[in-house]
Design a protein around this ligand. Structure first.
Ligand SMILES: [Zn+2]
Length: 381
């Protein structure tokens, strides 16, 4: 136990000038005495005082009405013991009026709500805005590095069947030849030995085909439809933009939560967000449209793309839930079809593709791999 403290130092404002007076404060049972060297002590009797305790440090006010009008003298004491000491020594009548350094919860809650709202809007809009601004300035090398580091986290087949890989890579190469102008990416196919019907386009060039998609496709043309779509995600830098958005978003969230570790965690856990890669509906529509253009330019039968999209839409209905919280590699025994759960879907997308194809109905298409028995490719899985 410490003895009751009766001496404090404080700051006195006379209410007429903005000048601060450093004073020694002495508490007595009748009054508060403010002493400033060289000046007469100021004596405040408790009945003339009032608390102004909403603020911290709290202060005591001394309203004065004299020939110069009304003004307010104020005493501010930083020492936290001051409040308790005053309560103990002052007469009951004064102590009873003390509310203490209270906290305005209403104001606080309203403030927090506003803050949360703005944080939400900020987190939802700024990352995509920044990502869209930044994406064109990001060097290809950076995209390649990011794409490769994500690829390393995926259990892609180390020794894929050479024939399957060749067919897929030849499809990519054929489509690539039809890309107008130069493109800086090394478009390379990887096979992920899982049964999900899905495909991923990683920044900088890797195209990851899930085995489930291979067994779902019934012709090389069908697979080419999906590959063309994925190629466009890479060329249009959708994947890069999506990842930038995701990263910026999780970083902002973490910054708002004030946790630097989780910023790093967010970056590391990026693989967990692979399902979406932050691709927006607009990006999907664009990849569809440009993908179809690529198919047409490569003289590949576009009915294949239509067919695979139809199948994927059918698959989509019974299984809308994403298999969450599960590492991709553990899904080997389960067949999830979530190409369209991750690629926002709809009949409109299909209708758009069909419309795009309309004017090409009478064309003669070059069969893709005419000597290939597609069942050989499918049976590898
Ligand atoms: Zn897509």
């Amino acid at each position: 136990m410490t003895a009751r403290k009766l001496q404090f130092s404080g700051i006195f404002f006379d209410g007429r000038s903005s000048q601060k007076h450093h004073v020694d404060v002495e508490l007595t049972p009748q009054e508060i005495i403010l002493k400033e060297p060289g000046n007469e002590p100021i004596r405040w009797a408790y009945p003339h005082l009032r608390w102004a305790a909403e603020t911290s440090p709290f202060h005591i006010e001394h309203p004065i009405a004299d020939k110069n009008g009304e003004h307010l003298e104020t005493l501010v004491v930083e020492d936290r013991d001051f409040y308790a000491s005053v309560l103990k020594i002052a007469p009951e009548s004064f102590s009873a009026t003390a509310k203490g350094p209270s906290f305005n919860w209403k104001l606080y809650s309203a403030g927090m709500l506003v803050l949360v709202f703005f944080a939400y809007v900020f987190i939802k809009t700024v990352p995509s805005f920044l990502a869209d601004q930044m994406v064109d300035k990001i060097p290809v090398e950076w995209e390649v590095t990011v794409g490769q580091s994500i690829l390393k986290m995926l259990p892609v087949a180390q020794k894929p069947d050479p024939e399957v890989r060749k067919v897929l890579q030849d499809t990519v190469d054929l489509l690539e030849q039809s890309v107008k102008g130069d493109q800086p990416y090394d478009l390379k196919v990887y096979i992920l030995p899982v049964k999900q019907v899905n495909a991923l386009a990683l920044p900088g060039g890797p195209i990851v085909i899930f085995e489930g998609l291979l067994s779902k496709a019934e012709s090389p043309e069908e697979l080419a439809g999906v590959i063309a779509h994925e190629i466009q995600h890479i060329l249009l830098r959708h994947s890069t933009r999506g990842i930038l958005r995701n990263m910026a978003e999780s970083m902002l969230v973490s910054i708002f939560l004030g946790d630097v570790n989780s910023v790093m965690e967010g970056v590391i856990n990026l693989a967990g967000e692979l399902e979406t890669l932050g691709l927006s509906r607009e990006m999907e529509t664009e990849a569809d449209q440009k993908g179809m253009e690529l198919i047409l330019a490569a003289n590949i039968d576009p009915h294949g793309m239509i067919r695979i999209f139809e199948k994927l839409i059918q698959e989509e209905s019974p299984q809308k839930e994403l298999p969450e919280e599960k590492p991709i590699s553990e899904d080997n025994d389960m067949e999830f079809s979530f190409y369209f759960s991750t690629h926002p879907s709809g009949r409109n997308r299909l209708a758009q593709l069909e419309k795009q194809m309309e004017s090409h109905e009478n064309r003669i298409w070059t069969p893709l791999f005419p000597d290939l028995d597609w069942n050989d490719i499918k049976s590898v899985n």
